[in-house]
Design a protein around this ligand. Structure first.
Ligand SMILES: [Zn+2]
Ligand SMILES: [Zn+2]
Length: 190
């Protein structure tokens, strides 16, 4: 039988999680950004960051990427701001009108972003019939066989129709390299 030894463990003073390495216990329940203590979680694993610190970091990161982004003119597509996507500038502006603090419109608009990120369209991933055939051949171990499938024309026509019918199903993701300007406040328009 091998020899056994007693070892010391360390408990986090906040959540009580036990660590063998004292450094880990000291770092537990400490915000990775402000280095202050984070509260004990209601359930689940210990927290590593304050919500407030996290959102400030996101906000700052967005500000930094916006400052560096190249401006696009005459852009009409999706835009991204504050962790949300908007189908166009009009809907972003509506959101800003409703959600930015200010006694008057002019006051509120001072708190609007001056630029926001544009988005990249992720096109509909069309079904590729050749790929389907290859997959079937792989599953059947038909290497370099001369077998042919039946009703290929039916499948191909259906796939073509399916791809065509769903081509509008696209998604968008933020393009951190590009941005559009949010129009500045113009009192004459009010
Ligand atoms: Zn802890
Ligand atoms: Zn913090």
């Amino acid at each position: 039988m091998s020899e056994v030894k007693e070892s010391i463990a360390w408990d986090c003073g906040t959540c009580g999680t036990t660590y063998l390495d004292k450094k880990l216990a000291v770092a537990c329940c400490v915000c990775r950004i402000c280095k202050e203590e984070v509260p004990k979680p209601q359930y689940g694993s210990p927290l590593t960051v304050h919500n407030k610190c996290q959102s400030e970091e996101w906000y700052q990161r967005e500000k930094d990427t916006l400052a560096k982004a190249e401006l696009i003119e005459n852009y009409g597509g999706f835009v991204y701001y504050g962790d949300r996507y908007f189908p166009d500038m009009e809907s972003l502006e509506e959101h800003l009108y409703d959600n930015t603090y200010g006694e008057t419109e002019e006051e509120s608009r001072k708190n609007w972003p001056t630029r926001v990120h544009t988005c990249i369209e992720q096109p509909f991933p069309k079904i590729n019939v050749e790929y389907l055939y290859e997959r079937i051949e792989e599953e059947l171990n038909w290497e370099d066989s001369d077998y042919d499938f039946d009703k290929c024309d039916v499948l191909e026509k259906a796939v073509e129709e399916f791809n065509e019918a769903n081509k509008g199903m696209v998604s968008y993701y933020v393009d951190i390299k590009h941005a559009v300007e949010v129009e500045p406040f113009n009192p004459e328009e009010v």
